[in-house]
Unconditional design. Structure first.
Length: 130
């Protein structure tokens, strides 16, 4: 259970409902997921986080699939099960195939392994990389 509980739409304040309505309109859905319901216990955090994610995940130089796959990669590295599930679903909706997911996990695993090796060996950065 969420630390401070989940705020359902029916129980939400007008300020929270406004954010919920924007989430549903933006995502073209009829429900609010538990992440947002948990943040709703602090309406300013809910509003700030939604504003940021809405801006960052909006169309830009990177396509939606790339952004979602990056989100999955970081979520795997940070071991956030909720974000892995949420953004894997979003990436699949944006076109990610099973083969793409498998390759992404291979890259994430390799990057984490070589990052740890480079850190552990305290490898100096080559001048050509600068």
């Amino acid at each position: 259970m969420a630390t401070l509980g989940l705020i359902e739409y029916a129980d939400a304040s007008p300020e929270v409902r406004e954010v919920y309505d924007d989430i549903m309109a933006t995502r073209k859905t009829d429900w609010i997921n538990n992440f947002w319901k948990a943040l709703a216990s602090d309406p300013s955090t809910l509003r700030r986080t939604w504003k940021s994610i809405k801006e960052i995940m909006a169309p830009g130089a990177l396509e939606a699939l790339t952004k979602e796959m990056l989100y999955v990669a970081v979520s795997v590295s940070n071991q956030c099960g909720y974000c892995i599930a949420s953004h894997t679903a979003a990436a699949r909706k944006a076109g990610m195939t099973d083969a793409m997911f498998a390759e992404l996990m291979a890259v994430v695993g390799m990057a984490n392994e070589t990052n740890r090796l480079a850190s552990g060996y305290q490898v100096e950065i080559d001048e050509r990389f600068r």
